[in-house]
Design a protein around this ligand. Sequence first.
Ligand code: X90
Length: 276
Amino acid sequence: MNEIKLIVDSSSNLNSDLSSNLDVVPLVINLGNESYIDDDQLDYKHFLESIYANNEKSGTACPNLQAWLDALTGSKKAIILTVTSGLSGTYSSACQAAKIYEEENPGSEVLVIDSKSAGPELKLLIDKLLELVQHENLSLVREDIKAYQEKTHLLFSLESLHNLAVNGRINSAVAKIAGMLHIRMIGEASQEGTLEPLDKARGSKKTIVSLFNNMKKQNYAGGKVYIDHVANLKDAKNLKEVILAEFPTAIVEIGICHGLCSFYAEKGGLMVGFEG
Ligand code: X90
């Protein structure tokens, strides 16, 4: 069991794992008058149907201070990894909570890391953090995870930008692409942790080719890949096949987007975190 507690928010599409001392803190999704907490209890099937059916005002909220403090309770050393500060207040609320926790618990130390990303890139960072905390102190972890972050990337393909646009997470130039039927936008998490469009494609096949080409542009050469999807296992599997055809020894794992990423990546969305 790690002595250092790892805490990540639910934008990571991960589940809490007691044996790794990993805790996932949920964001909240509001659809009309309903609030959905993005944790293990979320009835995902019902939630997805509710997103598709929703015509009312919807939005999301970052974890509150108490949620972080609850996750920190009992730990002497902890690391919190958050969704990009470029699109969410989550990082800032985690920093506030860390400060309060350190003040209330003299001798404790909390490192807060801004992933500048979302979804499966956080899975890569958590894998690396799980390795690093075995034999390093927090200041070394800070340096080493920073170096690893330089190598990891997030690409995605989105069939709709509606929820990103109405919630002000993309600028108006990007939002204009939102109206285009049957066109998928291929984009990346920028250095600043914002959504950067790279390409447009019609249909699955061209989308997958574009994703794979963009992976290679970012130096992908057979490293680890996590593909998270929103009700689109077919394209996730096809992308995996395309990757393995060229890099047969690559580790490529497919997972599903949890609530927060499903809300923003929307039906058909693919998120690809990889080592470049
Ligand atoms: O309410 C909040 O504070 C949460 C806001 C989170 C917004 C970002 C979630 C992104 C989910 C969409 C495609 C990937 C874009 C990533 C760019 C860095 C997935």
